[in-house]
Ligand binder design. Structure first.
Ligand code: DQA
Length: 143
């Protein structure tokens, strides 16, 4: 089973960006950890990152057309992107799984991070476990 693991804006800066909040792992290390955990679970992870809302939406359309489950860290788009939500709802409507993940727990942070416009159309949400949030999502998809 191929899984798309999509990451939104600024996540390419992991490692140097607020390591106190997001951890010391850089994006290529996160990618390697996700790919190897996926392989061990019998899955194949296609890990991508973009700062562009339109590119992220196109990748979600691709997942729906290819009938692939999606692990999505929408980053700041989580909090305000209705167009990303409108794309994301097509995943679950197609009978596929969408797992929203976050490295940090947004509910412990600024007020604007307490709202997710994505959670309402996700199969489930995993937040607050650093890079393990992705691995927990993979384990769930492997069931
Ligand atoms: C994040 C949390 C968001 O609030 C933030 O904008 C991010 C990363 C996380 O993984 O903890 O960029 O999605």
């Amino acid at each position: 089973q191929k899984v798309l693991v999509l990451n939104g804006p600024n996540l390419g800066r992991l490692g140097s960006r607020e390591p106190d909040i997001y951890g010391a792992l850089d994006f290529s290390e996160l990618t390697a950890a996700v790919e190897s955990a996926a392989t061990k679970l019998g899955l194949s992870a296609d890990v991508r990152q973009t700062d562009s809302e339109s590119e992220l939406i196109a990748w979600i359309h691709e997942a729906v057309d290819a009938q692939q489950n999606v692990i999505l860290n929408p980053a700041a788009f989580t909090h305000y992107s209705y167009s990303l939500r409108d794309a994301a709802v097509q995943i679950t409507k197609a009978g596929l799984k969408l797992i929203e993940v976050h490295l940090s727990n947004p509910h412990t942070r600024e007020e604007f991070r307490h709202t997710s416009v994505i959670s309402g159309v996700a199969t489930g949400v995993i937040a607050g476990f650093g890079s393990d949030s992705y691995l927990l999502a993979l384990a769930q998809l492997a069931k």
